[in-house]
Ligand binder design. Structure first.
Ligand code: NAD
Length: 419
């Protein structure tokens, strides 16, 4: 398989964990977890605002529901594949197990460039996905959330489509997370993934005795995860010296003004062209000298082509699967501390869990409550993974995977072996 394949990265990470667990876990449990429980592909044919019927492919994958209903976002990009969604669903299984929420792993995909749709057409497409995929979505089955190309507004349309199909004002239980707060969403969910990344970065700076006031950070991706991470790190006093997105990248050795950059990106849909910085290429961005590199865009950005050139001391994986297994080995040998995605970006799914319980119980939580619970959980899991990594002299990824896969195997064992 190609090095930059999301599914092959997920499978390789799982194989390493399986090898480490081979003496304590039955081989048949590991074999079961090497395959997704369900992979569905279906066709959407909505009529868009040009009056024509358009054809889109979409996917839902449930990798495992050993710990609970499958949880994972909806990716809307032009190149998403069923295999990508399968790899991402598998990673969600480990992420939920590691962060300790009662969910399995799932993911879905809609093959379309979200940025090229008008808001109205995007709404029509999302509603079509829900109507056609309704039997795969539900509080006990699969609970979607935002991922690349989808956001809070889309999650609101999902809830509305489902409650409307039930002939009710609300849904019975939580069918989707990451909704607007007015529709049963939870305060802090939109920022939760980036906030979790920033918390992991703060813990790592502490670990390496790097003063936050002197630390430098580079962020790839300026969407939901990247922009919030950059903003929060900046508020802590960290200097964000480089930021990039799909269109280009910008650099300022004295630190970028993140609030001004956010305004520029909101107006122009990119960080490119930001006045108070120099333009650099996407590959130069990743190789900038800095304390922390946050890949928060897409998969396979750190590969054998650039792993030797990465100059950061710490890599905080905001994105899912940004480092290929081959590159991971190079970074490990070069003593670069990698905070793996299943830990680093788990704040989003942790807060989704709070949203799920809030909606089930018709409660309302405050943002202070949400953020303090997340901080406690991320800190605790970060320390647990670090302890194991140090004890067993392994990478943070191997330690995180070992803990996560062991937990899911224990859940499978407790359920028994049928059907
Ligand atoms: P988004 O669509 O809001 O933003 C994606 C950003 O990445 C954009 O700035 C885009 O221009 C940039 N980008 C895309 N491809 C790129 C490339 N090849 N090179 C450089 N930049 C590129 O998406 P998001 O929700 O911020 O998700 C980003 C990553 O974080 C994804 O890997 C996603 O799976 C992961 N993630 C998201 C969440 C969440 O809550 N949104 C949770 C966990 C993990």
């Amino acid at each position: 398989m190609a090095e930059n394949n999301i599914l092959s990265t997920a499978m390789e990470n799982f194989s390493r964990a399986s090898l480490m667990l081979k003496d304590e876990v039955e081989a048949n449990l590991l074999a079961k977890l090497s395959m997704p429980r369900e992979r569905v592909e279906f066709t959407l044919t909505p009529q868009l605002s040009d009056g024509k019927v358009h054809v889109f492919t979409s996917f839902v994958v449930r990798h495992s529901d050993a710990l609970g209903p499958a949880k994972g976002g909806i990716r809307m990009t032009a190149d998403v594949t069923l295999d990508d969604v399968t790899g991402l669903a598998m990673e969600m299984t480990w992420k939920c197990a590691l962060i300790g929420v009662p969910f399995g792993g799932g993911k879905s995909g809609i093959v379309s460039d979200a940025g090229n749709l008008t808001p109205k057409d995007k709404e029509t497409l999302i509603r079509s996905f829900v109507r056609n995929g309704l039997r795969h979505i539900g509080p006990q089955v699969y609970v979607p959330a935002p991922d690349m190309g989808t956001n809070e507004t889309d999650m609101g349309h999902i809830k509305d489509t489902i409650s409307f199909s039930h002939g009710q004002a609300i849904t019975q239980g939580c069918f989707v997370t990451g909704k607007p707060v007015l529709l049963g969403g939870i305060p802090g969910r939109r920022e939760a993934t980036g906030r979790g990344v920033a918390m992991c970065v703060e813990k790592s700076l502490e670990l390496f005795d790097i003063d936050t006031q002197k630390a430098t950070v580079v962020v790839q991706g300026f969407g939901n995860v990247g922009s919030v991470t950059a903003q929060l790190l900046n508020e802590m006093g960290v200097k964000v010296i480089g930021v990039g997105d799909i269109e280009g990248a910008v650099y300022n050795e004295f630190g970028l003004d993140i609030s001004a950059l956010s305004k520029h990106a909101a107006q122009t849909a990119s960080v490119k062209g930001f006045a108070s910085a120099s333009a650099i290429s996407g590959s130069e961005l990743l190789e900038l000298p800095c304390d922390v590199l946050v890949p928060a865009a897409t998969a396979a950005q750190i590969t054998t082509d650039n792993a030797e050139q990465i100059k950061a001391k710490i890599v905080a994986e905001g994105a899912n699967g940004p480092t290929t297994p081959e590159a991971d080995e190079i970074l490990y040998k070069r003593n670069i501390f990698v905070i793996p995605d299943i830990l680093c970006n788990a704040g989003g799914v942790f807060v989704s869990y709070l949203e799920y319980t809030q909606e089930t119980q018709q409660e309302q939580m405050t943002v202070e409550h949400v953020n303090s619970r997340m901080k406690k959980r991320i800190t605790q899991r970060f320390e647990e993974v670090l302890r194991l990594a140090n004890d067993r002299k392994m990478s943070m990824r191997d330690a995180a995977m070992l803990l996560a896969v062991r937990t899911v195997c224990n859940a499978l064992k407790s359920r028994g072996y049928q059907p």
